[in-house]
Design a protein around this ligand. Structure first.
Ligand code: AMP
Length: 186
């Protein structure tokens, strides 16, 4: 299965992604993880990306799209993957559609985890990552609302969107995600 996983920062996407890739044998393509690794390795891309990440802003589309283009060419993507944190803008989604259409491997499903904003802020404030300072958190939520939420309509129109309630225990949320994936045609 080729899956896009969408949710605001603090929705618990990372935790659920770990479970999903194990259960469904998917490659895990987290652009946040890739960018943090590039930043920590002090590559040119990593240092450029950090200027945006540290402010809670999105990294420019051309950088991200190129990272994903290269990643999708790797052999572990052939059996399916979970795109976690990508796409985050309409332009990224359009680039992805083009790439996948060229390969003849369109997306199967888009999963959204929904969590009310007050709850997100409360969770993020307790997490302690470098980009979890209150002002940076606020900016990341603004970026989500303005730039990423329009994807819900984009994928809704394609008939791919499935939203699940992100409140409850990790097990509850995982069960909801499984219900969606288990009804996908094999
Ligand atoms: P994440 O771990 O997914 O929350 O990503 C951490 C940070 O990396 C984000 O706040 C952005 O600055 C950057 N980032 C990750 N994925 C993307 C993307 N698809 N487009 C732009 N920026 C991204």
């Amino acid at each position: 299965m080729r899956i896009v996983f969408i949710g605001p920062p603090g929705a618990g996407k990372g935790t659920q992604a770990e479970r999903l890739i194990e259960t469904y044998h998917l490659a895990h393509l987290s652009t946040g993880d890739m960018l943090r690794a590039a930043r920590d390795a002090r590559t040119e891309v990593g240092q450029k990306a950090d200027q945006y990440m540290s402010r809670g802003e999105l990294v420019p589309d051309d950088i991200i799209v190129e990272i994903i283009r290269q990643r999708l060419d790797r052999p572990d993507c052939r059996e399916g993957y979970l795109l976690d944190g990508f796409p985050r803008t309409i332009a990224q989604a359009e680039s992805l559609d083009k790439m996948l259409n060229t390969k003849g491997t369109p997306l199967d499903v888009v999963l959204e985890i929904r969590v009310p904003e007050e709850e997100l802020f409360r969770r993020l404030a307790g997490r302690g990552r470098a980009d979890d300072q209150p002002e940076v958190i606020r900016q990341r939520l603004v970026a989500y609302r303005k730039q990423t939420e329009p994807l819900l309509e984009y994928y809704g129109k394609q008939g791919l969107l499935n939203s699940v309630d992100g409140l409850g225990s990790v097990d509850d949320i995982f069960a909801r995600l499984r219900t969606v994936l288990d009804r996908q045609p094999k």
